[in-house]
Write a protein that binds this ligand. Structure first.
Ligand code: C5P
Ligand code: MG
Length: 196
C-alpha cells in the first residue's frame, strides 16, 4: 500500500505516520527528515539545501524526487510506504506517478489532514515548548516567522495537489482537529477501506 500524507506544517503528519508504520508495517519516508539528515551530515545535497530549508522555501523538484526515487528502491519499501512531506508540488506528483508507473505501482491513497489555520500556529508553539522541555534542539525553521512562510508556501504550491488527487479519486480528507487517537482511528478507517 502506497500512502501519501498531505497537510500543512503542523497538521500532525509526522505524529500520525508513527502510528501507521506500527499498524501497517510500512516505512515512513519523511523527505523533510531526509533533507535535515543530509544537512546534518554535511553532504553535497545538504550543503545545497540548508539555506532553502531555513528560509521555509521548497527544495527543487529534481532534488527531492531523486531522493525519493532512490529511497523507494530499498527492500523495506516492497510492501509499500508512507510518503510524509512529498510530493509538495504538482510537478513532484507527476514525477512520482511516472517513477511508480515504471515499476507498475501507483499511489493507492492520499490522506489529507485538515486542520484550522489558527490551530497550526498554536501547535507550533507547543512543539517548540515540548522540544525545549525535553532539552532537544528546536528546528531552525520552527520559528513563527518561518512557519508562516511555510504555511504560505503550502497554500500556493502544495494545496493544488488536492484537486490533482481528487481527479484521480484518491483523496480522502480526515479531520485533523481531534485528539491524536481519534485522528489515527479515522485514518485507519480510510486505509482499511482500500486495503485488500
Ligand atoms: O516536511 P517537513 O515539514 O519536515 O519539511 C521541512 C522543510 O524541508 C520544508 O519547509 C522545505 O524547506 C523542505 N522540504 C522540501 N521538500 C520536501 C520536503 C521538505 O523542500 N519534499
Ligand atoms: Mg514532518
Amino acid at each position: 500500500m502506497i500512502v501519501v500524507f498531505l497537510g500543512p506544517p503542523g497538521a500532525g503528519k509526522g505524529t500520525q505516520a508513527a502510528f501507521i508504520v506500527e499498524k501497517y508495517g510500512i516505512p515512513q519516508l519523511s523527505t523533510g527528515d531526509m533533507l535535515r539528515g543530509a544537512v546534518a551530515a554535511g553532504t553535497p545535497v545538504g550543503k545545497k539545501v540548508k539555506a532553502i530549508i531555513d528560509s521555509g522555501e521548497l527544495v527543487s523538484d529534481e532534488i527531492v524526487a531523486a531522493i525519493v526515487e532512490e529511497r523507494i528502491e530499498a527492500e523495506d519499501c516492497a510492501p509499500g510506504f508512507l510518503l510524509d512531506g512529498f510530493p509538495r508540488t504538482v510537478a513532484q506528483a507527476e514525477m512520482l506517478d511516472a517513477m511508480l508507473e515504471k515499476k507498475e505501482r501507483q499511489v493507492d491513497i492520499v490522506v489529507e489532514l485538515r486542520v484550522d489555520q489558527e490551530a497550526l500556529v498554536d501547535r507550533l508553539r507547543n512543539r517548540i515548548r515540548e522540544a525545549e522541555e525535553r532539552g532537544d534542539p528546536v528546528r531552525e525553521d520552527d520559528n513563527e516567522e518561518t512557519f508562516k512562510k511555510r504555511l504560505g508556501v503550502y497554500g500556493e504550491q502544495t494545496a493544488p495537489l488536492i484537486p490533482y488527487y481528487e481527479k484521480q479519486s484518491k483523496l480522502k480528507g480526515v479531520d485533523g482537529m481531534g485528539g491524536i487517537e481519534a485522528v489515527s482511528a479515522e485514518i485507519a478507517a480510510r486505509l482499511d477501506e482500500i486495503k485488500r
